[in-house]
Ligand binder design. Structure first.
Ligand SMILES: Nc1nc2c(c(=O)[nH]1)N[C@H]1C(S)=C(S)[C@@H](COP(=O)(O)OP(=O)(O)OC[C@H]3O[C@@H](n4cnc5c(=O)[nH]c(N)nc54)[C@H](O)[C@@H]3O)O[C@H]1N2
Ligand SMILES: Nc1nc2c(c(=O)[nH]1)N[C@H]1C(S)=C(S)[C@@H](COP(=O)(O)OP(=O)(O)OC[C@H]3O[C@@H](n4cnc5c(=O)[nH]c(N)nc54)[C@H](O)[C@@H]3O)O[C@H]1N2
Ligand code: SF4
Ligand SMILES: [Mo]
Length: 733
């Protein structure tokens, strides 16, 4: 395929064109398909709910937005972040030009420097001494291009993304249990369930529009929340089980024991569709009521009531989990214990059921399946020669360019930098210097790098400020591509705004790098996001995430998003069927494993990495603070509206009993100390947290100075929600 003219050669006048006329790269232009004063629908770029937003244009530029009533996800609603999605694009700290050592340069200088310095590191320290950390917040086509460029074009191997901090556990748990990383549900299940169990999930804050779907449930459902904190979701639920932190695994095994010994299980479903049941039923016998109550802090009545609620055969029971499960030292087995409970009760593949992991970022699912990071593109396996051959053929590559070995994980990359094995790091759309566990462990280590490149929308993030080379990226609304939401739905992002200065879409930055690196030919077919989508479609053929029936961006647009799988046969058979907008997996009881059965996997619960002791008496819990704050705040802090909806200062939730004992009043300045750091925060004295626990929202940079770097052994996901801290009031005045 012929390259578009602007990619052909960057010497001479074209470089100047790049600076003078970034519009040549597809930016700064009116989106061609849209009339200047049109209204168009696209999906939100914050959380994984994937709401449809109607963007109102004037003279080709977005001026306002409103939630789309016809979009099947949000049905006309949006949370504060969605309503304010356009505001952060206009922030004064947007990156407008590349910065080399803090000094503005043009793209030619930036790209030349990038390639020369990356190559020099590779020749000095070996091809695998360069790494990238990426994200669940760019478009699927961008992720795919990045992974392919780095691994097939630049000869790199080690890369990971912030989905390690977030969804790695669900991905591993599903893959081992179902044979593929496949969340089975559709949002209609929120409405069609009789018993909804939320474990370590606070959707009222983190997924408010999913919660709206729960509120549409007309079956008078029992809503159970398992969370050490009495969260907004717990308050709105019918039952709250405030277990002790990190006692989930014991609780879930205890529930399984009661269900099995009481016969509240689906023997036919187990016999036909589940493997590992006999061993599991034997194993959970040790989880007696006494043991479980001692570990979790629940009463015998509470435990049995819980079991009765989820063991009721005539009811539809759905299990939902998020970071309270995934961010723990034994998260994979905890997720798999939830899966086991759904399997032994036969509560999967039917309306209102399922073992359902809610994703976090707008495109965490895209990152899991198509980023070429932990999986070979399209949910394939790097270690499988057949998969490598298939992907090479579709992409017109020589098989040898696809590595046959796995990448280091995020924590191993950080450790690799410390051990001088990784000497150049490229960070794309994530703010590791704030969000990585045991922050100083990251920030001290990156000082050892020969090259730190940060590609972000903003120049002021904690990570961008440390960069040797900063690459200014266009954001959501300034580029196009697809995002995949929690229910496996592809949604569209469109270009409705100009990126500032000469900032470029990540897609174009990757294309530029390919050209400057000298591997542009390899990506000649990757000419536009939609062309890449076409490649992904071909690669997906025959996979559980087969999307060969999605005809292109227009099809996604017309359909109001399309859930995977969507095969050619699906499309031929059901194209006219409106019901296709809501589909769940495993309706036939067949899973993606070799024998078609879902696997139960289990292990003994383990001790937490850093238990409390006489000096560090409190457990520190962390998580989302409000629906107006997004992660490290680089976007949401730029909106006056959103800033007014949440505290701007770091604050710590403290139980009144503890506060009284330590002489702490509401609003007092407190000092929270772990073995790694001491921070200050304003106290919020509240019954939301139990005695002996403290909660600090992750949005404040201080929090990860305290956290302890322990990881789940299977998923390498950080255990953000448990470390030991001491608490004291700061002297007044
Ligand atoms: N407003 C807003 N929404 C967001 C985000 C955001 O930053 N802001 N981020 C998005 C992303 S990327 C993600 S991953 C999701 C996260 O969504 P959630 O996982 O729902 O949010 P968290 O607050 O991190 O964690 C959920 C709960 O886990 C509880 N928890 C802590 N320890 C334990 C434990 O041992 N057991 C149990 N059962 N629970 C425990 C915490 O008390 C907390 O209430 O939110 C997404 N949505
Ligand atoms: N203590 C504690 N820490 C946590 C968690 C916790 O619960 N507790 N949760 C963890 C979880 S689940 C997650 S997902 C992580 C999130 O952690 P991060 O990924 O570090 O958080 P964000 O603030 O979302 O960072 C995204 C960055 O990408 C930039 N960006 C946005 N859009 C684009 C784009 O289109 N292109 C480019 N190039 N840049 C863009 C933004 O400006 C921002 O700097 O935090 C983790 N850290
Ligand atoms: S719920 Fe999530 S996807 Fe929907 S508007 Fe809010 S941030 Fe956007
Ligand atoms: Mo996340």
């Amino acid at each position: 395929m012929k390259l578009p003219v602007q990619f052909r050669n960057f010497d001479g006048p074209l470089t100047q064109d790049l600076v003078r006329e970034p519009g040549k790269f597809g930016l700064g232009q009116v989106p061609s398909a849209l009339a200047p004063d049109a209204t168009t629908t696209m999906v939100c770029g914050f959380c994984s709910t994937g709401c449809g937003l109607k963007i109102h244009l004037r003279e080709g530029e977005a001026v306002n937005l409103s939630p789309e009533a016809r979009y099947p996800v949000n049905l006309g609603t949006a949370c504060p972040k969605g309503w304010e999605a356009l505001t952060p694009l206009a922030a004064p700290d947007r990156g407008t030009t590349p910065l080399l050592g803090g000094v503005p340069v043009d793209w030619h200088a930036a790209m030349t420097t990038f390639c020369e310095r990356m190559k020099s590191v590779q020749s000095k320290f070996g091809p695998h001494s360069v790494a990238f950390l990426s994200t669940g917040q760019i478009c699927t086509e961008e992720m795919a291009l990045l992974g392919a460029l780095f691994k097939f074009g630049m000869g790199g191997l080690h890369c990971d993304s912030n989905t390690r901090q977030c969804m790695a556990t669900s991905a591993v748990a599903y893959k081992q249990s179902f044979g593929f990383d496949a969340p089975p549900f559709t949002y209609a299940d929120f409405e069609e369930s009789d018993v909804l169990v939320f474990i370590g999930a606070n959707p009222c804050i983190a997924h408010p529009i999913m919660w709206q779907r729960v509120l549409r449930n007309r079956r008078n459902p029992e809503i159970i929340v398992v969370d050490p904190r009495r969260t907004e979701t717990a308050m709105a639920a019918t039952r709250h089980f405030a277990i002790l932190p990190k006692s989930d695994l014991t609780l879930l095994y205890g529930l399984a024991n009661i269900l099995i010994s009481s016969g509240w299980i689906d023997r036919d479903f187990i016999a036909a569709n589940v493997s590992g049941y006999d061993e599991f039923s034997e194993f959970v016998r040790a989880f007696t009521t006494e043991r479980v109550c001692a570990a979790t802090g629940l009463t015998v009545d509470e435990l049995w009531h819980f079991a009765q609620l989820v063991g009721e055969r005539r009811k539809r029971v759905s299990w939902w989990w998020t970071m309270g499960v995934n961010q723990s030292h034994e998260s994979t087995r905890t997720a798999q214990a939830i899966i086991a409970l759904a399997l032994i009760t036969g509560q999967i593949g039917k309306p209102g059921t399922g073992a359902n992991s809610i994703t976090g970022q707008c495109n965490a699912m895209g990152s899991r399946l198509f980023a070429n990071v932990t999986n070979l593109i399209g949910g394939h396996d790097f270690l499988d020669a057949g998969h490598r051959a298939k992907v090479a053929k579709v992409l017109g590559l020589e098989e040898r360019v696809i590595p046959g070995s796995p990448s280091m994980t995020y924590d191993q990359i950080v450790q690799g930098i410390d051990e001088d094995k990784i000497k150049a790091l490229w960070v794309i759309a994530t703010n590791s210097s704030h969000s990585w566990i045991h922050q100083s462990g990251f920030n001290d280590v990156v000082k050892k790098l020969e090259l730190l490149v940060v590609q972000d929308m903003y120049t002021t993030t904690e990570t961008a400020r440390r960069a040797h080379l900063f690459l200014p990226a266009a954001g959501w609304g300034e580029k196009e591509g697809t995002l995949i939401n929690s229910e496996r739905r592809f949604g569209l992002v469109k270009k409705v705004c100009r990126a500032p200065g000469i900032a470029l879409a990540d897609f174009h930055i990757f294309r530029l790098i390919a050209e400057y690196w000298g591997c542009g030919e390899m990506f000649s077919a990757w000419s536009s996001p939609e062309a890449v989508f076409g490649l992904l479609r071909e690669i997906s053929q025959g996979q559980p995430c087969d999307i060969t029936g999605i005809r292109g961006f227009e099809h996604i647009d017309e359909a109001g998003g399309i859930q995977w799988p969507w095969t050619k046969e699906d499309d031929a058979r059901r194209a006219a069927d409106l019901e296709t907008s809501e589909r769940r997996l495993f309706e036939d009881g067949r899973f993606f494993t070799a024998d078609g059965k879902a696997r139960i996997l289990f292990d003994e619960p383990r001790e937490v990495a850093e238990p409390t002791d006489d000096e560090f008496r409190f457990v520190l819990l962390t998580g989302r603070g409000s629906s107006a704050q997004w992660h490290t705040g680089s976007r949401t802090d730029k909106s006056d509206v959103l800033r007014a909806l949440a505290p701007t200062r770091c604050h710590a939730e403290i139980n009144p009993e503890d506060a009284q004992r330590l002489g702490i009043c509401a609003g007092d300045e407190v000092e929270i100390r772990s073995r790694r750091a001491t921070i200050r925060a304003a106290s919020v004295v509240t019954q939301i947290v139990q005695p002996g626990q403290i909660f600090i929202p992750m949005h404040y940079c201080e929090v990860n100075r305290l956290t302890f770097p322990s990881f789940d052994p299977h998923s390498r996901q950080p255990s953000y929600k448990h470390c030991a801290v001491a608490l004291a009031r700061c002297e007044r005045g």
